[in-house]
Write a protein that binds this ligand. Structure first.
Ligand code: 5GP
Length: 193
């Protein structure tokens, strides 16, 4: 997606260890217009999939997921990384190893929000090794919900996430695909959408 690629070129910053910092428009300060355009794009790509729920993981997936859900006319659910005292119902849970924080956390969604009648679009800000998306797929599997697709804002194609998800038979659509972050420079691949 052209606007996103331009924004990454202008405002993204390459950190060591293959990490891209996008805190001025996605992961801390958030650009609502860009989020809406990205959410609309995901909704357009999956318009014929009969999506009933959009699922993401807190925090940075929430903004694009919300706009996609609004456009599709369905609810958005975000998986929580910490258990809240108010989550007193039955939970769907999965373990996720965080690429950036290097810790394993339990993610969860209340069982009552997902069922075997649901067709799910999963959205996240980054795809690195695929652990966050895989955890969300596991939550859907526990509920018997069908994952119709995975929408990613920024895919780091030099890591294994896309392969992992495609090997599970999942359809991955990324708005920006990064071939390399070496020598402080962002090199892009052709995007999916
Ligand atoms: P994965 O689970 O695919 O290994 O990593 C995805 C998660 O790690 C995303 O939800 C995102 O929060 C974080 N992440 C992975 N790579 C990057 C990166 O290069 N920059 C930022 N800001 N977050 C990343």
């Amino acid at each position: 997606m052209k606007e996103l690629v331009e924004r990454i070129k202008n405002d993204g910053r390459v950190l060591g260890e293959g990490v891209l910092k996008v805190d001025s428009f996605i992961t801390h300060q958030v650009d609502p217009e860009l989020m809406e355009a990205m959410g609309n794009r995901f909704a357009e790509v999956f318009a014929e999939a009969g999506i009933t729920k959009v699922i993401t993981i807190e925090a940075s997936g929430i903004a694009p997921a919300l706009y996609a859900a609004q456009k599709l006319g369905v609810p958005m659910i975000f998986a929580r990384k910490a258990k809240s005292l108010t989550m007193d119902e039955e939970l769907l849970t999965a373990s996720v190893y965080s690429f950036t924080k290097q810790v394993t956390s339990q993610i969860s969604i209340s069982r009552k929000f997902l069922s075997d009648a649901d067709k799910v679009l999963i959205i996240d800000d980054f795809l690195a090794n695929g652990q966050a998306a895989k955890g969300l797929v596991e939550l859907c599997q526990q509920a018997g919900a069908k994952v119709e697709g995975i929408g990613i804002v920024i895919e780091k194609s030099f890591q294994d996430g896309r392969q992992l998800l495609e090997d599970m038979g999942l359809d991955v659509v990324s708005l920006a695909r990064i071939a390399s972050l070496s020598e402080g420079t962002v090199t892009f691949l052709e995007e999916d959408a």
